[in-house]
Design a binder for this molecule. Structure first.
Ligand SMILES: Cc1cc2nc3c(=O)[nH]c(=O)nc-3n(C[C@H](O)[C@H](O)[C@H](O)COP(=O)(O)O)c2cc1C
Length: 369
């Protein structure tokens, strides 16, 4: 099949000409094991190895100290972090790759251990009852503090500042992490947001913060370099529970995103089987492709065959691959050669250092070796 497959066709996103549609999904790898939570040489090496991807979306990177929720995740709020990321973007650009950074605030998935004993921030004081990955290992989450209007304003400002820093660090764009049960997703959902002010109650109010974040970011970078990630059918994971307004909420958000000239909308198919849940949509690309007018990237458990098929069917423009990129740094090259794929090792997803991070060979090396 070689180059003549849908996944390997070039695509233009904003003013970027991307060489293929085999994008790298954002993945936390917890390698920023230093007091500043800054990326360093191994991050540059890791992303450089994956530069043949049409677009790399980095791991979630906290926009503020308040936004952190896992150990050793990199930030994008301090000058040291910006300097670390500069090395990453330089390494990727030297290989003619493109890279967006994912801007992240975990909200109630965090733990007081990250905040000198202060409570994590969230739309409402509702414990997600999941585990937080703290410096002392996994701990039960707590009941978070419901954010004041001032704290919401500050958080929007932090997203904007993260985007500004991303531009300084040389990124080609940013992705707003508004999925997977983290802060912005917590605002969307009626089981995690019971506010009675302008950020709660109606669907419009619960979605409002996302549009305020986009509007703020637009002040510091072009709209066509902003990506948005959503996971409309997340259920029973990261404290998310569907209710009768879940589908209408995502319908509203995705319709409204058409008012922007975004780089892309990044959607995930359901992480779990939701076919018997009346409040959730089982076929995300099928539902939202006709609604969303811009570039749509789809994710979750795709392989070469399924990826080519969904693009050929016109249900997505690109596919974001996660775990396959952990163990196959040159995934597009492997697809081009219909080569065998390497298995990933789950035990080293989040462990410090190079093992399971930068030591997966390129196809060339594995043939020679
Ligand atoms: C190790 C690991 C870390 C992840 N970290 C993030 C993250 O930081 N941000 C995010 O939006 N999704 C994250 N995800 C979810 C992935 O982006 C993706 O949705 C998921 O792996 C499913 O895609 P796949 O089947 O191609 O792996 C992570 C997944 C894995 C396996």
């Amino acid at each position: 099949m070689s180059k003549n497959q849908a996944l390997l066709k070039p695509i233009t996103v904003g003013n970027l000409n991307l060489s293929n549609r085999v994008w790298m999904a954002p993945m936390t790898r917890s390698r920023a094991a230093n007091p500043e939570n800054k990326p360093f040489e191994i991050h540059a090496e890791y992303y450089k190895q994956r530069a043949s991807s049409g677009l790399i979306i980095t791991e979630g990177s906290q926009i503020s100290k308040r936004g952190v929720g896992y150990i050793n995740t990199p930030g994008i709020y301090s000058q040291e972090q910006i300097e670390g990321w500069k090395e990453v973007t330089k390494a990727v650009h030297e290989e003619n790759g493109h890279i967006f950074i994912q801007l992240w605030h975990v909200g109630r998935i965090s733990h007081p251990d990250f905040h000198n004993g202060d409570l994590p921030l969230a739309p409402s004081a509702i414990n997600p009852n999941v585990k937080s990955y703290t410096p002392e290992g996994f701990k039960e989450t707590v009941t978070p503090k419901a954010m004041s209007l001032e704290e919401i304003k500050q958080t929007i400002e932090d997203f904007k500042n993260g985007a500004k820093n991303a531009m300084e660090a040389g990124f080609d764009g940013i992705e707003i992490h508004s999925s997977n049960g983290y802060l912005l997703h917590q605002f969307f959902n009626g089981t995690s947001n019971v506010r009675t002010d302008e950020y709660g109650g109606s669907i419009e109010n619960r979605a409002k913060i996302l549009f305020e974040v986009i509007n703020a970011i637009k002040e510091v970078m072009p709209e066509n370099k902003i990506g948005v990630r959503l996971n409309p059918s997340l259920n029973g994971v990261f404290g998310m529970k569907a209710d009768e307004e879940t589908i209408p909420t995502f319908d509203y958000i995705i319709n409204k995103l058409n008012e922007y000239d975004l780089a892309y909308l990044h959607l995930s198919e359901p992480f779990t089987d939701v076919s018997d849940n009346p409040y959730l949509e089982s076929h995300i690309a099928k539902r939202y492709r006709p609604i969303y007018k811009g570039t749509l990237v789809i994710n979750n458990q795709f392989d070469q065959e399924k990826g080519n098929k969904i693009i050929e069917e016109g249900l997505a423009d690109a596919v974001a691959f996660g775990k396959l990129y952990i163990s196959n740094p040159d995934l597009p090259v492997r697809f081009e050669n219909n080569a065998q794929l390497a298995e990933w090792d789950q035990n080293t997803f989040y462990t410090p250092g190079e093992k399971g991070y930068t030591d997966y060979p390129l196809l060339e090396e594995s043939i020679v070796g």
